[in-house]
Design a protein around this ligand. Structure first.
Ligand code: HEC
Ligand code: HEC
Ligand code: HEC
Ligand code: HEC
Length: 426
C-alpha cells in the first residue's frame, strides 16, 4: 500500500545505532533486548522490560508443541486462503488468491461460466492475485519480527495495494504461528557486516549502480518506483525483518537461498554483497513524514440510491467477503458466515434487504449496520477506520473495511454518507 509508513516509525527510530542488537539473550539471563518496538513508545532499547516474552520465546529453536499448535492455527485461521505454503492446502472454492490467480492466468473454469464472463472477471479482479509465499521462511525471516507483525501488521510492500489484515489472535497464537513458519533457532547476527561509514557509502554506490532502486523503495532514501514489482519489499524493514546472516547469501544467489523468489540474480562478488548488506542494515534512516488525515467531502445535495451504492462500492469492494451464501458455494465470506478466524457476523451486503436486516455484533447480539459507533453510523465508521489504519492508527474495537484492502476514496465515502443522511432510500 503506497504512502503508508507510520506503523514503521518505531522501526526507524532507534535503528540508527551502529551496534547490532544481540539476538541471543545476554549471559546474565535477563532476556534479550528487542530489536524493534512495534507498539512501544520507548525508543531506548535498554528501557525495554528485561523479560519481554516475545523476544525471549523467539531466539531458541521452537518448542515442537508450539510448532504443532502453530500448524493447527494456520489451518484454523485459514492462512492458506491467501498464502501458498507447502504444508497447507485449501478447497478451490475457498482459495481467495488461488481463484483470483486462476482468473488472471485464464485457467479458471466453472460450469456455467462463459468465455465472456471469464474475460469480465479478469477485468474486475485486481487484488489478492500476488501475495507473498510463506514457505522457505525458516532461516530467512526473524521469528520475533513475524510474531510482532502478526499481532500488529504494517505495510511491507508499498507497491502492493493489499496489506496483511489484523486477524483475531492472541499473543500466544502469534508465537505459535511464528514457530510454525520459522522453527529453527535464530542465526547469529552477521558479525562481518561492516558498520563503518565508508563501507555503507560504498554499499550505497553499488546498490544504485546495480539498479536496486528500480524495484525497491528504501525508507526515505529511495521512493518506491511506480512501476516496480508488487512483491518487492521496502528495504527499510530488512534490518529487523530478516535474519542478517542470510542477507549476503541471498544477494549472491537469490533462488538458491529462497527457491521460487522473484528477486533476480545480479552479477556481484562477495565483497560487493557485504558492502550492500552494510548499507541495508546500517544506513541511517529518517522518520517518514506523517500522512495527512483523510479529508471528507461535504454530503451530496443530489439524490443517492442504493443501486448506486451497490454498483460503486458494495459490488466492487465488499461483496466477496459479505456475500449471499446461496450464490457463493454456500460460503457467505469471512464477514458474513465467518472465516480467517472471525466468528460469523452475518453482515450480508449483497442486497438492500440484507443490508437493512442488520448483523451480529462481536457478542452475538443482533444490531443495525447504522447504529452509532463513536458518533458515526457503523457502516461509515468502518470505512473511516480503514483510512486511520493505513496512517498507523489502529482501533482495537473497530476493524477497518474493506479488510486488508485499500480504503475507499473520498467520493465513495461521500456517496455512502449522503445515502445514509438521505434516509437510506432503496
Ligand atoms: C486476506 C488475505 C490474507 C490472509 C487471510 C492472511 N494473510 Fe498474511 N499477508 C497478506 C498480504 C497481502 C501480505 C503482504 C503484506 C505486505 O507486504 O505489506 C501478507 C504478509 C504476511 C507475512 C509476511 C511475509 C513476508 O514475506 O513479508 C506473514 C508472515 C503472514 N502474512 C502470515 C500470515 C498468517 C500466519 C496468516 C493466517 C493466520 C495470514 N498471513 C493470513 C494477506 C493475508
Ligand atoms: C472461485 C473463485 C473465487 C474465490 C474463491 C474468491 N474470489 Fe474474489 N473474485 C472472484 C471473481 C470472479 C471476482 C470478480 C467478480 C465481478 O466480476 O464483479 C472477484 C472479486 C473480488 C473482489 C473485488 C475486486 C478486487 O480485486 O478488488 C475482492 C475484494 C475479492 N474478490 C476478494 C476475495 C476474497 C477475500 C476471497 C476469499 C475470502 C475471494 N475473493 C475468493 C473470484 C473468486
Ligand atoms: C527486477 C526487480 C529487482 C531488482 C533489480 C532487485 N530486487 Fe531485490 N527483490 C525483488 C523482489 C520481487 C523481491 C521479493 C522476493 C520474494 O519475496 O521472494 C526482492 C527481495 C529483496 C530482498 C529481501 C527483502 C525482504 O525484506 O524480504 C532484499 C534484501 C533485496 N531484494 C535486495 C536487493 C538489492 C540490494 C538489490 C540491488 C543489488 C535488489 N534487491 C535488486 C526485486 C528486485
Ligand atoms: C477481505 C474480507 C472483507 C472485505 C473485502 C470486507 N469486509 Fe467487512 N468484514 C469482514 C470481516 C472478517 C468482518 C468481521 C470483523 C470483526 O468481527 O471484527 C467484517 C465486518 C464488517 C462490518 C461489521 C462492523 C460492525 O461492527 O457492525 C461492516 C459494517 C463491514 N464489514 C462492512 C464492509 C464494507 C462496507 C466493505 C466494502 C467496502 C467490507 N466490509 C469489505 C471482512 C471483509
Amino acid at each position: 500500500m503506497r504512502g503508508v509508513a507510520i506503523a514503521c516509525v518505531a522501526v526507524f527510530v532507534g535503528c540508527q545505532s551502529t551496534a547490532d542488537p544481540p539476538l541471543a539473550p545476554p549471559a546474565d539471563g535477563r532476556g534479550t533486548r528487542s530489536t524493534h518496538h512495534v507498539a512501544s513508545p520507548s525508543t531506548d532499547p535498554i528501557a525495554t522490560p528485561p523479560t519481554d516474552p516475545i523476544a525471549a520465546s523467539t531466539v531458541l529453536a521452537a518448542d515442537p508443541a508450539s510448532i504443532a499448535r502453530g500448524r493447527a492455527a494456520f489451518d484454523r485461521l485459514e492462512c492458506a486462503r491467501c498464502h501458498t505454503h507447502e504444508g497447507a492446502s485449501v478447497e478451490a472454492s475457498r482459495d481467495c488468491a488461488g481463484c483470483h490467480r486462476a482468473i488472471h492466468e485464464g485457467t479458471y473454469t466453472r460450469e456455467g461460466v462463459t468465455t465472456e464472463m471469464a474475460t469480465d472477471f479478469r477485468a474486475h479482479v485486481h487484488h489478492l492475485v500476488e501475495v507473498p509465499r510463506l514457505d522457505h521462511l525458516d532461516g530467512w525471516l526473524s521469528r520475533e519480527w513475524v510474531t510482532r507483525f502478526l499481532l500488529a501488521p504494517h505495510d511491507v510492500r508499498p507497491a502492493l495495494e493489499e496489506t496483511m489484515p489484523a486477524l483475531p489472535m492472541s499473543e500466544d497464537v502469534a508465537v505459535d504461528l511464528a514457530a510454525f513458519l520459522v522453527p529453527s533457532a535464530a542465526r547469529e547476527p552477521e558479525r562481518s557486516i561492516a558498520d563503518d561509514d565508508a563501507a555503507i557509502e560504498r554499499g550505497r554506490a553499488h546498490a544504485e549502480r546495480l539498479g536496486c532502486p528500480s524495484c525497491h523503495g528504501f525508507g526515505t532514501l529511495w521512493a518506491t518506483p511506480a512501476d516496480g514489482p508488487a512483491l518487492a519489499p521496502d528495504l527499510a524493514h530488512a534490518r529487523v525483518r530478516l535474519q542478517r546472516d542470510a542477507i549476503v547469501g541471498f544477494l549472491l544467489d537469490p533462488s538458491a537461498a529462497r527457491p521460487g523468489t522473484a528477486m533476480p540474480r545480479l552479477v556481484l562478488d562477495e565483497t560487493t554483497a557485504r558492502e550492500i548488506a552494510a548499507f541495508l542494515v546500517h544506513a541511517p534512516l529518517e522518520e517518514p513524514a506523517p500522512m495527512a488525515p483523510f479529508a471528507r467531502l461535504p454530503p451530496l445535495t443530489r439524490d443517492v440510491t442504493f443501486e448506486e451504492i451497490e454498483e460503486r462500492v458494495l459490488r466492487r469492494s465488499c461483496w466477496h467477503c459479505h456475500a449471499d451464501e446461496s450464490l457463493a458455494y454456500g460460503d457467505g465470506g469471512p464477514g458474513n458466515t465467518g472465516g480467517f478466524g472471525f466468528a460469523p457476523r452475518e453482515v450480508d451486503l449483497s442486497s438492500y434487504t440484507h443490508v437493512m436486516s442488520g448483523a451480529l455484533d462481536r457478542e452475538g447480539q443482533h444490531v443495525s449496520l447504522f447504529r452509532e459507533i463513536d458518533g458515526e453510523p457503523a457502516l461509515l465508521r468502518v470505512l473511516l477506520a480503514r483510512h486511520d489504519e493505513v496512517r498507523g492508527v489502529i482501533d482495537p474495537d473497530v476493524r477497518g473495511m474493506p479488510l486488508g484492502l485499500p480504503p475507499l476514496d473520498a467520493e465513495q465515502i461521500q456517496l455512502i454518507e449522503s445515502w445514509i443522511a438521505q434516509g437510506r432510500p432503496r
